[in-house]
Design a protein around this ligand. Structure first.
Ligand code: NAD
Ligand code: UDP
Length: 337
């Protein structure tokens, strides 16, 4: 039996594939390389000294999915494939609903046909919208995501809940990620966004490595301790560990399960800049600009449900996250290219 990882060439997916290989699982990857490079999977194979079955294909292609399920015995699917740029989703909403929602529908149909009904889905804290108080626990009703990307994640969650309600053979984990950052300790794989990074940590690390001149801080007038936005940054290795535990838990428990994956601590943009300065010994030039549309002031998790039910707790601190990010960026100033 093998585990199918959609989006396994991407940032989080590549770390997941490495962890699965190291844990002794056989892995099949499907990725259309729309936001990643084949090189990430090659490096994962080098580190693990084990190979994966790689398919360059699209999850919206039912015939292709059927052929993959027809060729392999798959026990479960870890579903990372999707588009994730908030700004792009505002400009091209149909592309996002097609990839993220239609892609997941096609995947679930193919899984149903193949009799594979265990799924771990990459959701996001964005489904909570802008809750009134922090920290956010899973019982907080999902809110109004402020953009098509967020709405696509919420729609998929609803679809998967309906699916599990209609057929008790399904076991589904909805993992709501807070802000994944960091890289594998080898420095060989990491986050390599195409074009200008949207997210804070890859942007800062490209500034520090000299690829970009200065960070733009989106707002210093939020009602937070230093006025800049506060987020719950979580090391990608902790995130991946949460998936392994969630995958094992749902193999024993049918139905839909929702878990936050965050550390339970918030850091501001200025905290992140200071940590980069300490870790790298380099300056982080920045300019202050207005708030970015759709941003919330603060967002951090109550991760206690994952601790109680999965025995999972994030182990890496902010300095670890920045050290590992920096090792990857310094060794690979131009990412995988
Ligand atoms: P990523 O872009 O690095 O990885 C996604 C991968 O999916 C890419 O390799 C891309 O080529 C592939 N892909 C996209 N559409 C596809 C399709 N139709 N068919 C096949 N492959 C396709 O992103 P990531 O940061 O690794 O995120 C993984 C998942 O986690 C995404 O679903 C994302 O929405 C979700 N997520 C990410 C974050 C974050 O901050 N990184 C936060 C919350 C949720
Ligand atoms: N941010 C910033 N400059 C950037 C990118 C992000 O000031 O170039 C801020 C953003 O406003 C937010 C925090 O950094 O307060 C985290 O943003 P990111 O896009 O990484 O995560 P998200 O907003 O999706 O939680």
């Amino acid at each position: 039996m093998a585990i199918l990882v959609t989006g396994g060439a991407g940032y989080i997916g590549s770390h997941m594939v490495l962890s699965l290989l190291v844990n002794g699982y056989d892995v099949i990857v499907i990725d259309n390389l729309s936001n990643s490079s084949r090189e990430s999977v090659r490096r994962v194979e080098q580190i693990a000294k084990k190979s994966v079955v790689f398919y360059d294909g699209d999850i919206r292609d039912r015939d292709f999915l059927d052929s993959v399920f027809g060729r392999h015995e798959v026990s479960e699917v870890l579903h990372f494939a999707g588009l994730k740029s908030v700004g792009e989703s505002v400009l091209e909403p149909l592309k996002y609903y097609d990839n993220n929602v239609s892609g997941t529908l096609a995947l679930c149909e193919a899984m149903n046909t193949a009799g594979v009904r265990r799924l771990v889905f990459s959701s996001s804290a964005t489904v909570y919208g802008d809750p009134a108080s922090m920290p956010i626990h899973e019982g907080v009703p999902t809110g109004q995501p402020t953009n098509p990307y967020g709405r696509s994640k919420l729609m998929v969650e609803e679809v998967l809940k309906d699916l599990a309600a209609a057929d008790s053979q399904w076991s589904i984990a909805l993992l709501r990620y807070f802000n994944p950052v960091g890289a594998h300790v080898s420095g060989k794989i990491g986050e390599d966004p195409f074009g200008i990074p949207n997210n804070l940590v890859p942007f800062i690390s490209q500034v520090v490595v000299g690829r970009r001149e200065a960070l733009t801080i989106y707002g210093n007038d939020y009602p937070t301790p230093d006025g800049t936005g506060v987020r719950d940054y979580i090391h990608v290795e902790d995130l991946v560990e949460g998936h392994v535990l969630a995958m094992r838990a749902i193999s024993r428990k049918p139905g839909v399960h929702v878990w936050n994956l965050g550390t339970g601590r918030g850091y501001s943009v200025l905290d992140m800049i200071e940590t980069f300065k300490k870790v790298t010994g380099k300056d982080v030039p920045y300019v202050i600009a207005g708030r970015r549309d759709g941003d919330v002031a603060e967002c951090w998790a109550d991760p206690s449900k994952a601790l109680d039910e999965l025995g999972w707790k994030a182990g890496h601190c902010l300095s670890d996250m920045v050290e590992d990010t920096w090792r990857w960026q310094k060794n690979n100033p131009n990412g995988y290219s």
